[in-house]
Design a protein. Structure first.
Length: 201
């Protein structure tokens, strides 16, 4: 049933924050963080990630940190793939390792990607653009400080459509398409429960 109210975040507090001249910003990818030491891939907590051999073969020789990611709005999907005790190569085909730390000199190739780091100017506009595309938010790195910028408060929006799911969510809801009171249209794909995906509003 369409045209039911849905909660989504609209504005953010980033416009009130001030960052140093060398600060950078990037999209906050909603995946599983992976720490690669050149031989073993693990979570930040040290839990080994059992990736297929062909995936490991695509990782760089030097240590780096990145996000195991299948795309916007696919956190539950990538979590179910990456944290399996026995990897399924078929499911890993859509997983990419998006490096955000230790990416110097790396070139994107195959399932290895690099998260673009941009000068932290116009953070609010950048974040709103990410959110409008179904992203989660923005990460700002300023020296040793890291700021995860999401949205400051919720407003009501109207559900005007559904986007079909892919991968784990095939056959059910992938994202809600909503419109706010200003006429802006957004996709909401993250934070949806299985119940909502199976029986969307």
């Amino acid at each position: 049933m369409m045209n039911s109210p849905a909660k989504f975040a609209l504005t953010l507090a980033a416009d009130k924050m001030r960052f140093g001249p060398h600060a950078t910003m990037s999209e906050k990818l909603d995946g599983i963080c992976g720490v690669w030491n050149g031989r073993v891939l693990a979570t930040r907590s040290g839990r080994r990630i059992n990736a297929p051999a062909d995936f490991i073969a695509e990782l760089p020789a030097l240590p780096c940190i990145g996000e195991l990611w299948c795309g916007r709005g696919t956190f539950q999907e990538v979590q179910s793939i990456v944290l399996r005790s026995e990897p399924e190569a078929r499911l890993w085909r859509d997983v990419r390792f998006m490096v955000f730390e230790g990416a110097e000199g790396l070139r994107p190739c195959g399932r290895l990607g690099v998260v673009a780091q941009l000068p932290a100017r116009g953070v609010r506009e950048f974040a709103e653009g990410i959110i409008a595309k179904g992203g989660e938010g923005v990460v700002v790195r300023d020296g040793r400080s890291i700021f995860k910028i999401k949205l400051a408060h919720d407003e009501e929006a109207t559900v005007i459509g559904h986007e079909p799911g892919k991968g784990r969510n095939a056959g059910r809801l992938g994202a809600l398409i909503v419109r706010d009171k200003y006429g802006n249209t957004f996709k909401l794909g993250t934070g949806l429960t299985d119940a909502t995906r199976n029986k969307p509003p």
